[in-house]
Design a protein. Structure first.
Length: 479
């Protein structure tokens, strides 16, 4: 195809197509004009020499009538045989002075000028003028008659002229018109052939500017633009590879920094209490027991940090597999309700569970219950941290024949606009400092989001109309 050829070849072929198309169209137009002319000749248009051909007959009549035509009273005789629409005439005496006629120009000056011009055709102001001598009975020149005409097509009526003249002008100038038309047509196609890959490259550049590298340039041709698109694709792929490596390195550094920062507090606490135990001579076993319990709690906190990071890394690297099994959602949620109430007995948080079955949904749902438990635990843990004493946390489950939708809402202070934008990002903890007093490393909701997506679902956070924060997610039933 033309657009796949080199640009130089495209230009040359386009030029040749313009010339050939213009020539073919011109030949066709001229032929059509010839056919039209032969059809209307002597009907709607007279040829250029139409009146010139009548001159010999008129000249013969003038020679036959002779000097009688020099009398003005004989004017009607000439007017009858001379077509006034194409020929002007002038009857003059032997000195070249006008006697009568329809041509009022001064044509000849004196007798000598008359004698020198008789029986000749002269051109005056774009018209051809035939000077015909008039002889008396003795053979002397007594005067002359001039017949003036033009060598242009003549039209019997004004309406024919108005219609045919523009048509013939159009036919005559049709080569130039066709050159313009075909130049516009083929140049537009030529520009489109160039414009498609160029626009594709512009769009690709815009996507790179927006940091979107998930695209490909689907233009392949053995020409300059094809090679440019291929080079652009290679550049994009290398950039994507470099960006992935850079992102992985950034995440690794961020994970190391987060781990070091979050382990610093529990390790410092452990170190402090261990030093106190080593330096002191405690006989009070109750105090010793208290110190050891603090050491154990902080060791568990550090272990949990590491476990969460390893689990998040495992999801990213290998993408844990789903173990689908039928689960009674209502029974499962009631068990979780009891567990959450035990966790929050000091804050006296009220947990409510509501399960709705729609569209003849079955009681058991095919999902990965271990991952569902992890999702709920991470979301509810976040709600517990932000719900005041005597508050309420509601868990709703809406079950259909092909998916289940959960909504977890609390009566806390709700999400800020910043939280809503960053809630599911890795290591985001909702405050500027990375304080670890709440015991999490900012991975809980990030892990929940990854597990929801593994089930083909989506997760979203929003604030309830009457206050409090809500997180809604859906899991698709995978067979």
């Amino acid at each position: 195809m033309l657009e796949r050829k080199p640009l130089k070849s495209q230009f040359v072929i386009t030029f040749i197509l313009i010339v050939i198309s213009s020539i073919i169209a011109t030949i066709a137009t001229y032929y059509a004009g010839y056919v039209i002319y032969t059809k209307i000749e002597y009907k709607k248009v007279y040829p250029a020499n139409y009146y010139e051909k009548k001159i010999p007959d008129i000249e013969g009549y003038i020679r036959k009538e002779g000097v009688i035509l020099l009398n003005e009273s004989e004017k009607q005789l000439l007017e009858k045989i001379i077509p006034s629409e194409g020929i002007l005439f002038q009857v003059m005496d032997e000195n070249g002075n006008m006697i009568y006629g329809t041509d009022y120009k001064k044509l000849l000056n004196g007798k000598e000028n008359l004698y020198s011009k008789v029986n000749t055709t002269i051109r005056i102001d774009g018209r051809y003028t035939r000077i015909i001598p008039v002889f008396d009975s003795q053979g002397k020149i007594s005067g002359a008659v001039s017949l003036s005409y033009t060598l242009t097509p003549h039209y019997p009526s004004i309406s024919d002229k108005i219609m045919l003249v523009p048509l013939f002008i159009l036919i005559v100038f049709s080569p130039f018109i066709y050159i313009v038309i075909f130049t516009l047509f083929f140049s537009k196609k030529f520009a489109a052939n160039i414009g498609k890959p160029v626009n594709t490259l512009i769009d690709a550049s815009r996507k790179i500017k927006e940091k979107d590298l998930d695209f490909s340039i689907d233009y392949y041709a053995d020409n300059e633009l094809g090679r440019l698109c291929e080079a652009f694709n290679e550049m994009k792929n290398e950039l994507k590879k470099s960006l992935s490596q850079w992102k992985a390195e950034q995440e690794r550094q961020e994970m190391v920094q987060a781990l070091a920062h979050d382990l610093k507090t529990p390790l410092s606490v452990i170190q402090g209490y261990v030093e106190s135990l080593l330096e002191g001579n405690y006989v009070d076993t109750q105090k010793t027991q208290k110190y050891l319990q603090v050491i154990k709690d902080n060791a568990n906190k550090g272990t949990n940090f590491i476990r969460e990071m390893l689990y998040a890394a495992d999801l990213e690297m290998s993408g844990a597999e789903l173990n689908i099994a039928p689960v009674d959602i209502y029974s499962f949620l009631m068990q979780k309700k009891e567990s959450y109430e035990m966790m929050t007995k000091n804050k006296k948080i009220d947990f409510k569970v509501d399960v709705t079955y729609r569209n003849q949904a079955e009681i058991t749902c095919p999902i990965d219950v271990v991952k569902l438990e992890r999702i709920l635990d991470n979301i509810v843990s976040n709600s517990i941290c932000n719900t005041p004493e005597n508050g309420t946390i509601t868990i709703n489950a809406d079950i259909t024949c092909d998916n289940i939708c959960f909504k977890v809402c609390d009566t806390g202070r709700g999400f800020s606009s910043k939280n809503l934008s960053n809630l599911f990002k890795k290591f985001y903890r909702g405050d500027e400092s990375r304080s670890s007093k709440d015991g999490h490393a900012g991975l809980g909701l990030y892990i929940a989001k990854r597990l929801v997506e593994m089930h083909g679902g989506s997760i979203v956070a929003f604030n309830a109309k009457h206050g409090g924060a809500c997180i809604k997610f859906d899991l698709h039933f995978l067979k």
